[in-house]
Ligand binder design. Structure first.
Ligand SMILES: C[S@@+](CC[C@H](N)C(=O)[O-])C[C@H]1O[C@@H](n2cnc3c(N)ncnc32)[C@H](O)[C@@H]1O
Length: 311
């Protein structure tokens, strides 16, 4: 069967993550199982892969995809911020490696009318977990213009955030904005079209911003990173793929902080905090996809992989 989502940097992810075939690994964002399948194939029969996703449709598909490897895979539908609890529930402690492949999957973008795409007209939802939190339409129709502007500016790095927020305000006074098509259209009336290679739809940044807000993506990442050191065994690995600078900055800063350990001001003659380094970087810089992968899978263009080892 053909699966809609093509995993990014698969060889690099698996090489940096799986250091023990008999180890216990977590794919915290299993999606339709592209990375998970290769990780599970790399494990011996004593190894274990725990696959998490907050999207019930993703869990259904990855379960089906990995049925031949069912002897070594466990599926849990949950937000990865609850990984500590999920591991406890299945009687497990620290693991040998965790992968997060952030953002949304092609399944969510292109299939199922989930409201992630500006290319089709569908209900303005954007929730990865349809049972958690309000849909994007609720944000668009009820937030103040200042709050909307802040979301568009911070999560979409949208220069025309103010004009878009004002336009939304005017439009919703006529009637609520309930569809992706209507939102895309009104954003396009404010944001000029770009041309040439790399040109993006005018609503790209607005949709990204709303998706990040609806799913609490940056807050989740921060919460997870706070817990990560207590979830990974010594010499275990953390591998994170991010797709925009906001996520990547959070990951990079967390790894830097762990490497440094001590948080005392530099002018203090002796360390008073006693904090020791928790991880070391595996690669000095983030790993990017090569030209041939990008040609085959344009989504790989914006990916950055960072990997660290627990010490
Ligand atoms: C880029 S896709 C992963 C694709 C996957 N690596 C593959 O090869 O098919 C990201 C997935 O992470 C899930 N996700 C995003 N945030 C999550 C969270 N906080 N907890 C659990 N799953 C999350 C999404 O539902 C989506 O399925």
């Amino acid at each position: 069967m053909e699966y809609p989502h093509r995993p990014v940097l698969v060889d690099e992810v698996v090489r940096n993550l799986v250091i023990k075939p008999q180890g216990v690994y977590v794919d915290g964002t299993a999606g339709t199982g592209g990375h998970s399948e290769v990780i599970a194939q790399r494990l011996s029969t004593e190894g274990r892969l725990i696959c998490l996703d907050r999207d019930p449709e993703a869990v259904r598909i990855s379960k089906q995809r990995m049925s031949p490897l069912a002897d070594r895979v466990t599926f849990i539908r949950t937000n990865y911020i609850h990984l500590d609890r999920a591991l406890k529930d299945i009687g497990m402690g620290r693991v040998d490696g965790i992968l997060l492949d952030l953002g949304m999957s092609t399944l969510q973008l292109d299939h199922g009318g989930r409201g992630f795409s500006f290319s089709r007209d569908e209900p303005l939802d954007m929730r990865m977990d349809p049972d958690e939190g309000p849909p994007a339409s609720q944000l668009v129709n009820t937030l103040s213009t200042d709050a909307l502007e802040k979301i568009l500016r911070e999560y979409g790095e949208e220069r025309r955030a103010k004009s878009i927020a004002r336009r939304i305000q005017r439009e919703r006074e006529q009637r609520p904005i309930e569809s992706t098509g209507r939102l895309a259209e009104l954003v396009a009336s404010v944001v000029p079209k770009t041309r040439g290679p790399g040109a993006k739809h005018p609503a790209t940044r607005t949709f990204q911003a709303l998706r990040i807000a609806v799913n609490g993506e940056l807050e989740n990442l921060r919460l997870f990173l706070d817990k990560a050191p207590s979830l990974i065994e010594k010499e275990g690995r953390l591998v994170i793929l991010s797709y925009h600078s906001l996520e990547d900055r959070i990951v990079k800063q967390a790894i830097r902080g762990w490497e440094k350990g001590c948080q005392c001001p530099p002018d203090l003659p002796l360390c008073g905090c006693g904090l020791k380094p928790l991880f070391k970087r595996i690669n000095k810089k983030g790993i990017r996809a090569g030209r041939s992968e990008i040609q085959e899978n344009p989504r790989a263009r914006s990916a950055t992989m960072r990997a660290a080892e627990r010490i």
